[in-house]
Design a protein around this ligand. Structure first.
Ligand code: DCP
Ligand code: CA
Ligand code: CA
Length: 388
């Protein structure tokens, strides 16, 4: 099966986030940089790039080039938060998401057609969704491997989308300078230049034997393959944060709705307590329900904000339960509640809900007396359940 790899890279990432958070800055020359005298520019908005400002340039020099520029210190927790939202979107399309840096990731879309439709369409959807859901501009490339996906997104920058189909690979690569190829560093590029090899086409037309005699058999062959757009490097998923869940198998199947609801609430509180203990917040809540006949179903929902709030998590979990149809005559043997899309609690957003205070109190009581010390709602009935 031919591979389809997608590459996403955000445009002027740090500066774009600053403009998002402070709309008055939009379109201005925004420069995110360490302070003088020793600081350097992390990134500059496209408006600032017109003044010749580039990443890595000393801040002092950037100020000379653009005295009217808006110079801001970086806010990493905020960039990380945005990065995680982007990754969560990408993970909806494939489990194989490889973040390369905060603002960049590969996604392997090979064989995801049945679930999500053709990769070309998924690419368009992702390209439209990221700006819509984050307010930030991104560049997206799709190709038969990582090498071509990244070159495709680079060539679409800023804000574009480029698809390189297998039959277009050579015409897409040929006119590019050799150092566009991943793995051709400045040293190799300089040595190739000495031999009169400047473009990928020049490189492709150089016999393998000659390349091997210049660079050794391994590098020679690597160059030969790169010039043909051959790259088998796999997309390796890095699970940033684990999910967290708890489940109970009941010695006797649960039959009463109210009992099931109370159990789901109780399990959600245990999950909330563990999130708090691990200093994590969750954006996705999941439940798992197994019936008497062992058939199992799961439901999940994505929250607008990450939270470890016990009341909210319990309410979401109970809400999910109402989306489960219990087949007639079936009891419930197992219930589980999970939290996923976890992120560090240190970047916790400001409280959005009035119940936040109640959440604090619940956590405090559990911290002192253990996770089962308190429960929400009417839990008198749940005491009838014997836990294994
Ligand atoms: N970065 C940094 N120091 C550098 C290069 C980059 O701190 N020397 C940071 C700031 C960037 C982010 O990493 O916003 C992503 O880097 P990119 O190279 O992808 O550059 P940008 O996203 O800023 O711009 P572009 O639109 O060219 O991708
Ligand atoms: Ca970028
Ligand atoms: Ca990048």
């Amino acid at each position: 099966m031919p591979r389809w790899i997608l590459h996403v890279d955000m445009d002027a990432f740090y500066a774009a986030v600053e403009e998002l958070d402070r709309p008055a800055l939009r379109g201005k020359p925004v420069i995110v940089a360490g302070p003088e005298p020793r600081g350097v520019v992390a990134t500059a908005s496209y408006a600032a790039r017109r003044f010749g400002i580039r990443s890595g340039m000393p801040t002092a020099q950037a100020k000379r080039l653009c005295p009217q520029g808006v110079f801001l210190p970086p806010r990493f927790p905020r960039y990380e938060e945005v990065a995680q939202r982007i990754r969560a979107i990408l993970r909806e399309y494939s489990p194989l998401v490889e973040p390369v840096s905060l603002d960049e990731a590969f996604v392997d879309l090979t064989g995801t057609d049945l679930l999500h439709g053709p990769p070309e369409r998924v690419t368009q959807e992702i390209h439209a969704r990221i700006p819509k859901e984050t307010g930030l501009s991104c560049s997206v490339g799709l190709g038969p491997n990582k090498l071509l996906a990244k070159l495709a997104s680079d060539s679409a920058k800023p804000g574009g989308l480029r698809i390189v189909r297998p039959e277009e690979v050579q015409s897409f690569l040929d006119p590019r300078p050799v150092d566009d190829l991943w793995g051709v560093g400045p040293k190799t590029a300089a040595r190739l230049e000495e031999k009169g090899i400047r473009t990928v086409r020049d490189l492709r037309e150089t016999p393998l034997g000659l390349l091997c005699s210049w660079f050794g058999p391994n590098s020679g062959e690597a160059l030969w393959r790169l010039s043909r757009g051959i790259d088998e490097d796999p997309v390796v998923a890095v699970r940033e944060v684990k999910s967290l869940s708890t489940e109970v198998t009941y010695p006797e199947d649960l039959l009463e709705q109210e009992l099931v609801r109370n159990e789901i609430r109780r399990l959600a509180l245990v999950v909330a307590y563990r999130l708090r203990a691990e200093k994590l917040l969750a954006q996705t809540v999941q439940i798992k329900v197994r019936f008497s006949d062992f058939t199992t179903c799961t439901r999940q929902t994505r929250l607008p904000e990450r939270t470890d709030h016990p009341v909210l998590l319990a309410a979401e979990a109970v809400g999910l339960l109402s989306r489960v149809e219990i087949p007639p005559g079936q009891g419930i043997r197992l219930l589980g509640v999970g939290a996923a899309d976890l992120g560090p609690a240190r970047f916790k957003p400001l409280p959005l809900f009035v119940e936040e205070k109640l959440g604090e109190v619940l956590h405090e009581v559990r911290r002192k007396f253990g996770p089962h010390a308190l429960a929400l709602g009417n839990l008198a009935e749940h005491e009838r359940i014997r836990y294994p």
